[in-house]
Structure formats: structure tokens, C-alpha cells
Design a protein around this ligand. Structure first.
Ligand code: WT7
Length: 653
């Protein structure tokens, strides 16, 4: 790379709108400005105080051992049981009747599970794991739809000290087998199937095929969800309802070391085999629970929290299972998709349960924009008090739409930056403290040392762009890549001396607030200038005809790379050559002539991974008129054909 990313545009996209927290929110907020000062005065003492929010069976001797970087140990010598922190202590404190999960199934079935009921089920599942010979340290793969049993399975593993590895229920036989094999799992917990857009989809047949290739697996424990026909292997398969259903409900949780492995979660990345990100117990739970309480201002007695992520992603681990449950939250769990049976489904659920905190992804928000604001307007969303965003940069216009049409112009928005590797939120506004800005994650949380640095690792001044790094270890950091310490060092700790390299471009604005600019790999190089895909996309989305945009750099004989944009239009807008020309000009007016797209195309869909990230690599293949690369992690395989067939081109002049 010739120069620091984003230097050209670092100041062009300037955001002047700001939204102070509502005074009544600030008055009762869980966390105030003082937290930043306390953490700055003594970071380790700050994290010790947060760790004391949990129940420990044995106090730690040392807060942090960083004597062998980058291998960290937090709360050294401390012992706790993660599941007991999520369940037993709430029941012991008299909150057994509180609803833990309001489950909304995709076919419309629903049930409420209290903390007492969840604890009972987890104890029985833990006894079943013990019966099956699962010992502390043994790995268990979980391959499930979004049903309460998925959380039960995770917590049962945590309870007996068996690290789980959840594999997203939409992944193929190959992806599942690779992960089972890398983790060396002994047991797979799955379901017969799950529902997707009104139809039962098989899961067990995928497990059967994968397990045939994985000799470490001894048993499959199968939840009956859809009731569909499944092949049954008597030597291997066990029904959940028979075994967990008849197991004893007596189970005393044993404490484990603070550094005992809690889970492995695989991230695919763009190249190489998936990385098994390893998280451990004490530090992880401390930060997951603290950040959930601070960022969502969670009041366990009155809030109804809803994170729309799948349990197969880290968001589901930290902000459906561990963070919220450690905090005794009441939450909604939804098995289905936002458009089935109708596009108002999410808002219907918010209204039904009186949801107060919603955590969603920008890709979903842009889809709602495309469907139009009259859809949410049909529902009562007045219970909402804080809105979260995660997964990619949120375009300022999508942020504004979220605030206006979902948040009723009153709810603070928390744009939370973090990664599977960081385990918990790292950069985010605090809803009772921060004056928010559309599109910016703004400020590292108290106790977190995030920086934006130049090529040489020097902090950039306000107004400049560079690379996002983390200067000090944090409690919920990944401990290594499972089975590959060297890859852990090479991937995250070798780009800059003594700093964690996140792989994201970022800039600081004149107030010092942080703006995320996408993965460094996605940065375009146009006539010697680095231009961020995120900024061009946000400029396009700020045009009132555009709902969503994906931008790539395609090789160009003159400029090195030329900017090619794929757009989805709002509602019923019809495109024309004049309209496309206007869009190109709009980007030039917003960001400067250097950022003017060479070409704008209108498409009906964009290729996305199953976690909702745009696969720019495939769009680059189209833009450069190449055969498509690996499409196996695409959410929908046929989308590329539809894009190619339906392209309408807006050419350069
Ligand atoms: C990458 C991590 C964090 C849980 C879900 C994704 C991008 C995530 C934001 C945000 C800008 C974001 C980054 C990051 N990302 N949140 N608020 N603003 N970018 O976890 O799959 O490990 O992906 O997602 O590029 O590095 P993940």
C-alpha cells in the first residue's frame, strides 16, 4: 500500500448533525461520563470492579498476566461457573419467575421460558452431557436453528466445562465437517430441521453426512423441532426429548478456572481455512456482561431486549446468551426472517412484547428503508428506548432512517464496533452520555484502548485516517486461534509492534470521534489515492432514490482502479440513464471528483454472506467481467445469476 488508507477522503464526508442523549435517559443511565475517567485513572482496577458484578467461587490473585504477549491471562487464579452466573444466581436471588426468553417461532408458535425453567432444562442437559461421557475440555459442536434449546445446549456445555463450537445452521456439509474436524468434537447437538420462510429445512441430514467424515464424533443429540422424517443411526443418534427429558434436574455447577476455554467460534475470512477463535471464561463474561449493561442501559426488571442476530454468530453468543443472561435480562428470540409472513413482522413482534432495546444490523435497516417507512408506521413502537447497530459501518442515511422511523426521533442509537475476535463491544456511544453522530461508532468504551494509526503505527491526529488498532489487552480478547498459535501471532500481532491489528480502516474526525471505513482489503486505489468503499456507499445512500449500495474497485488501465457501484433503489423508483448520471454526479458533489464512480449499476439484490456482509469480491468479478470465485459462503447461491441477468448499466461519459 502506498499511502495510509482514506487520507484523501478523510475530511470530505463530514457529519454535522448531532443528537444529545435525552435528559431523562441520562438521569437514570447505568453508566455516566465518570466511567471513562475511572477507567483512564486505573484500567485494571476498573475491570476488576466489572468482574465483581459476577459471582466468583474463588477470587483471582492477579488481574492481568501480560508477561508473554500476545497471550493474555485475565483474572489469574479466579474460578467461576459461567452458566451458574447466567442462571442459578438469578433464581437464587428470587428472580426465577422472570421470563428469560420470549420465543417467537417462525410458524407463529410462541412460548415464554422463565429463568427457573431455563435453569432446570440446562441442568438436565448438563446431566445428559455427563452421561454421554463429555468431560471438561471436550469439544461439542452445536448446529441448530434459533430455538431456546440452542441456548440451553450452549449453557449446558458451559456448565460442564466443555467448550462449544456453534456452527450456523445455514452452513453446508463441507463447512460443518471442516469445523467439527478442526475442533476435534466428540458430540454434535443438532435438530431434525428448522423453519425458513414457512418451510421446514433439514439439518440432521447435513450433520449425518458431515459426521460420516469426522471420526472424533461419538454421538449426535437431536432436538425435534420440525418433526420431519430423518434417517436414524441407532449406534450414534439420541433424541434430546428422550434423554434430556428424562435426565435428573439436580446438578451442582462446578467452578472452572477463569482461563478455562468457553467456546471456539470459526470466522471464515476471505482466504485460507476458517480460524477457530478461542474465548475463555472469566474475562469474556466480565466484558460481555458489562458492555451489555452499559451500551444497552439494560434494566433487568423492566426492559425487554431483542437482538436479531443468529446464535451462530458472535453477536448471538455475547448479546443473546452470555451478556444478557449474565445480566438477568428478559429477551425476545425469533426463529424467522423479517419478511415472513409479511414485511412488518419485526415491528409486530416489537409491539407484541413491548420491546425496549433492539439490536440489529445495517443490512436489515437498509432493507427496511427499501420497503418504506409506512410499514413500521403501522405498529406501536413507542416502548423502544435504545437502538443498536452492528456488523458493518452504518451509512448516515440509514442511521437517520433508523432514528426517525423506528426510534421515533427519541431513542439514542448505539453503533457498536467489535469483532468475533474481540468477544465484546469495543467502540460505541454510551446512550446516556454520548452526543451521537449518524454513522460514527465514536468512542472506545471505558477500559478499552482503541487507536487509529498510520502506516508506521503512530496515532493519527483528529481529521486523519488510518488503521484501527488496539493498544492494550482487554478482558474478552481472543486467546489464540484454536490449534494455531503462530497464525494468531501472524494475523493480528505482526502488522504493528505491540498492537492488535483489527484489519479495518478508520478515521478520526475533528472531535476525535472514530469512523469505521470497512475492511482494509476493500479499500480502492484510484489514481494513487486510497478511497474507502464505505464512504462512496454512504454518499450513494444519501441520495433519496437509493436504498443500498455496494462499491468495488475494478482494474482500470488509466486510473489503476475505477469505482464501480451496484445500487438497490428505494420503493418503486425507476432508473434511467439520466438518473444514473445524477447518482454519479451526486457522489462527486458529496465526496469530490476523485470519488466519482466510473459506472453505476442498478440491481435487485446484492450478494451477501449468511451474516449479512456484502461479498465485494464477487462484485469485483462481475465488474471485471471474470468468472465468479468461490460462492460457497453466499446466503443465496442464485443471486449472482439474477444480478448478471438484470444488470442495467450506467456508463462513463
Ligand atoms: C468485522 C467483524 C461484531 C459482531 C458481528 C461481526 C465489521 C462490525 C461494525 C460497526 C463498522 C463493523 C468490521 C469488523 N464491523 N461492527 N459497528 N461499524 N464495521 O463480527 O463477523 O467477526 O466481523 O465487522 O469490519 O472487523 P465479525
Amino acid at each position: 500500500m502506498t499511502d495510509t488508507p482514506h487520507e484523501t477522503l478523510a475530511n470530505l464526508l463530514s457529519e454535522k448533525r448531532t443528537f444529545p442523549p435525552p435528559p431523562e435517559f441520562t438521569r437514570s443511565a447505568n453508566v455516566t461520563e465518570a466511567a471513562y475517567d475511572e477507567a483512564a485513572a486505573d484500567r485494571l482496577a476498573f475491570w476488576e470492579r466489572q468482574a465483581r458484578r459476577l459471582d466468583w467461587s474463588r477470587e483471582w490473585d492477579r488481574t492481568l498476566d501480560w508477561s508473554n504477549p500476545p497471550f493474555a491471562k485475565w483474572f489469574v487464579g479466579g474460578e467461576l461457573n459461567v452458566a451458574a452466573n447466567c442462571l442459578d444466581r438469578h433464581v437464587e436471588a428470587g428472580h426465577g419467575d422472570r421470563v428469560a426468553i420470549h420465543f417467537e417461532g417462525e410458524p407463529g408458535d410462541s412460548r415464554a421460558v422463565t429463568y427457573a425453567e431455563l435453569l432446570d432444562e440446562v441442568k438436565r442437559a448438563a446431566n445428559t452431557l455427563l452421561e454421554l461421557g463429555v468431560a471438561p475440555g471436550d469439544r461439542v459442536v452445536i448446529y441448530m436453528p434459533m430455538i431456546p434449546e440452542a441456548a440451553v445446549a450452549m449453557l449446558a456445555c458451559a456448565r460442564v466445562g466443555a467448550p462449544h463450537s456453534v456452527v450456523f445452521g445455514g452452513f453446508s456439509v463441507d463447512a460443518l465437517a471442516t469445523r467439527i474436524d478442526d475442533a476435534g468434537a466428540k458430540l454434535v447437538i443438532c435438530a431434525d430441521g428448522g423453519f425458513r420462510k414457512g418451510k421446514p429445512l433439514p439439518l440432521k441430514s447435513t450433520v449425518d453426512e458431515a459426521v460420516d467424515r469426522c471420526p472424533t464424533v461419538e454421538k449426535s443429540l437431536v432436538v425435534r423441532r420440525t418433526g420431519q422424517e430423518v434417517d436414524w443411526y441407532d449406534d450414534r443418534d439420541l433424541w434430546w426429548h428422550e434423554h434430556v427429558g428424562s435426565a435428573s434436574g439436580e446438578h451442582e455447577a462446578q467452578p472452572f478456572d477463569a482461563e478455562h476455554p468457553l467456546f471456539i467460534l470459526y470466522t471464515s475470512g476471505t482466504t485460507g481455512k476458517p480460524k477457530g477463535i478461542l474465548h475463555t471464561s472469566g474475562g469474556y463474561l466480565t466484558q460481555a456482561s458489562y458492555t451489555h449493561s452499559a451500551v444497552f442501559d439494560l434494566k433487568p426488571e423492566s426492559d425487554v431486549y431483542w437482538c436479531t442476530a443468529d446464535i451462530g454468530w458472535v453477536t448471538g453468543h455475547s448479546y443473546i446468551v452470555y451478556g444478557p443472561m449474565a445480566n438477568g435480562a428478559t429477551q425476545v428470540m425469533y426463529e424467522g426472517t423479517p419478511d415472513t409472513p409479511h414485511t412488518g413482522r419485526l415491528w409486530e413482534i416489537v409491539q407484541k412484547y413491548g420491546v425496549t432495546a433492539l439490536y440489529a444490523a445495517p443490512t436489515a435497516i437498509r432493507t427496511f428503508m427499501k420497503w418504506g417507512e409506512d410499514v413500521p408506521a403501522r405498529y406501536d413502537l413507542s416502548t423502544l428506548r435504545v437502538l443498536g447497530s452492528v456488523g458493518e459501518p452504518i451509512n448516515p442515511e440509514a442511521w437517520m432512517w433508523y432514528r426517525q422511523h423506528i426510534g421515533g426521533d427519541r431513542c439514542p442509537i448505539v453503533d457498536t464496533w467489535w469483532q468475533t475476535e474481540t468477544g465484546a463491544i469495543m467502540v460505541s456511544p454510551l446512550p446516556g452520555v454520548t452526543e451521537t453522530k449518524p454513522g460514527s461508532a465514536q468512542r472506545p468504551l471505558p477500559g478499552i484502548s482503541v487507536d487509529v494509526v498510520d502506516d508506521e503505527g503512530r496515532s493519527v491526529p483528529p481529521g486523519d485516517g488510518g488503521f484501527l488498532t488496539i493498544r492494550e489487552p482487554w478482558p474478552s480478547m481472543l486467546r489464540t486461534i484454536w490449534g494455531d498459535d503462530q497464525r494468531f501471532i501472524d494475523t493480528y500481532w505482526s502488522r504493528f509492534e505491540g498492537m492488535y491489528f483489527a484489519g479495518d480502516g478508520a478515521k478520526r474526525d475533528d472531535d476525535g470521534d472514530i469512523w469505521l471505513l470497512g475492511r482494509v482489503d476493500d479499500v480502492m486505489l484510484v489514481s494513487g489515492h486510497n478511497i474507502s468503499t464505505t464512504e462512496v456507499e454512504s454518499a450513494l445512500v444519501s441520495h433519496d432514490t437509493v436504498a443500498e449500495a455496494a462499491v468495488v474497485g475494478a482494474s482500470d488501465p488509466v486510473t489503476g482502479q475505477g469505482i464501480v457501484a451496484f445500487t438497490i433503489l428505494r420503493g418503486d423508483v425507476e432508473s434511467s440513464p439520466e438518473h444514473l448520471k445524477e447518482l454519479r454526479q451526486h457522489v462527486a458533489n458529496t465526496l469530490g471528483p476523485i470519488a466519482k464512480p466510473r459506472q453505476v449499476m442498478v440491481v435487485s439484490e446484492l450478494p451477501k454472506t449468511r451474516s449479512g456482509k456484502i461479498m465485494r469480491r464477487l462484485l469485483r468479478d462481475i465488474a471485471e467481467d471474470r468468472e465468479l470465485g468461490d460462492v460457497s459462503t453466499l446466503q443465496d447461491n442464485s443471486v449472482m445469476d439474477r444480478i448478471k441477468q438484470g444488470l442495467s448499466l450506467g456508463q462513463d461519459d
